[in-house]
Design a protein. Structure first.
Lengths: 130, 172
């Protein structure tokens, strides 16, 4: 019977794992995982343009209206933002956990809605994206 | 790569039809099980067993054709237009990576499948970033890479066992 795994296989897998670990480390350094704090807000983008920025501090329900139709509803409660309604069939964004940490995001692909936590301090990345 | 050009067309059509049916059943099973790992878009990728199996036992062209047909058909049956778009991006990119790695002749099924799982997720996130026009979506990348490794390993182990046991009989 043929051997299941060869030395080359192991070497290649180790390279892949190392590369992934590298990306993970780079990621941890770029993204501040600390709670964004009371001054934090969420930025809602629709189709690449900013729809609105909302403070995480106050409880509110934000209907996201596109072409006269409410496609998604974002609810902010206990300092966390959660997508509570979506008109798409798969509802992946609704199933996603509530977000509160810097740079965490909820994405609704069919409606092209992106909700992202923006912290009190701004880094260069955001100012470019804006 | 084995050529099946000498076999009559109807034989080939029937033969590949069985693989397409198998791939579609895998899609169906996957759509029934509510896999949810907390990250949108992370799936086991059961159908990749069929793609890897065909890549090794039937042929490159055939594997690619079945993979593409499966994505379009499964998209209409169990998904929507968007899922087809993402699946196509992931499917084409991961197929390309798997084919090139396999062609080196130095790697076995397991690493090829792992690289396939990872590249599938990279392809999807690239399309997602393009669609929502927000590059920040790449913050998902590390999680998706890890997910790709895990699912790729599982699929690779399964595909390898199938190839070792019945692979010889599939070759024509």
């Amino acid at each position: 019977m043929k051997k299941r795994i060869s030395r080359n296989d192991v070497i290649f897998l180790v390279i892949l794992l190392t590369a992934t670990a590298g990306v993970l480390v780079a990621y941890e350094r770029t993204v501040t995982r600390a709670d964004a704090g009371a001054s934090a807000s969420v930025r809602v983008t629709v189709d690449g343009s900013v729809y609105g920025t909302y403070a995480l501090g106050e409880e509110q329900e934000i209907p996201i209206v596109q072409d006269g139709v409410t496609t998604n509803v974002l609810t902010i409660r206990d300092g966390k933002a959660d997508m509570t309604e979506a008109d798409c069939p798969d509802k992946l964004c609704v199933h996603q956990k509530a977000i509160s940490k810097n740079h965490e995001m909820i994405v609704c692909l069919p409606n092209k809605v992106v909700v992202e936590v923006t912290g009190s301090e701004d880094n260069g990345f955001d100012s470019i994206a804006r | 790569m084995k050529t099946t050009d000498s076999t009559p067309l109807r034989d080939k059509v029937a033969y590949l039809g069985v693989f397409l049916a198998l791939a579609l059943i895998c899609s169906y099973v996957e759509s029934l099980i509510p896999f949810y790992f907390g990250i949108p878009g992370v799936k086991l990728g059961l159908t990749n067993i069929v793609v890897v199996l065909m890549l090794y036992c039937v042929g490159t062209k055939e594997a690619f054709a079945i993979s593409m047909l499966r994505i379009v058909l499964a998209g209409f049956l169990f998904g929507n237009l968007f899922s087809i778009l993402y699946s196509l991006a992931g499917g084409i990119f991961s197929f390309l990576v798997m084919y090139l790695l396999k062609r080196t002749g130095k790697l076995g099924v397991l690493p090829v499948s792992v690289a396939g799982g990872m590249s599938h997720n990279i392809g999807q996130i690239a399309v997602a970033a393009f669609v929502v026009e927000n590059i920040n979506i790449f913050y998902y990348l590390p999680v998706l890479l890890v997910a790709g490794i895990i699912t790729g390993l599982l699929i690779g182990v399964a595909a390898q066992e199938i190839i070792l046991r019945i692979g010889g009989r599939l070759k024509r």
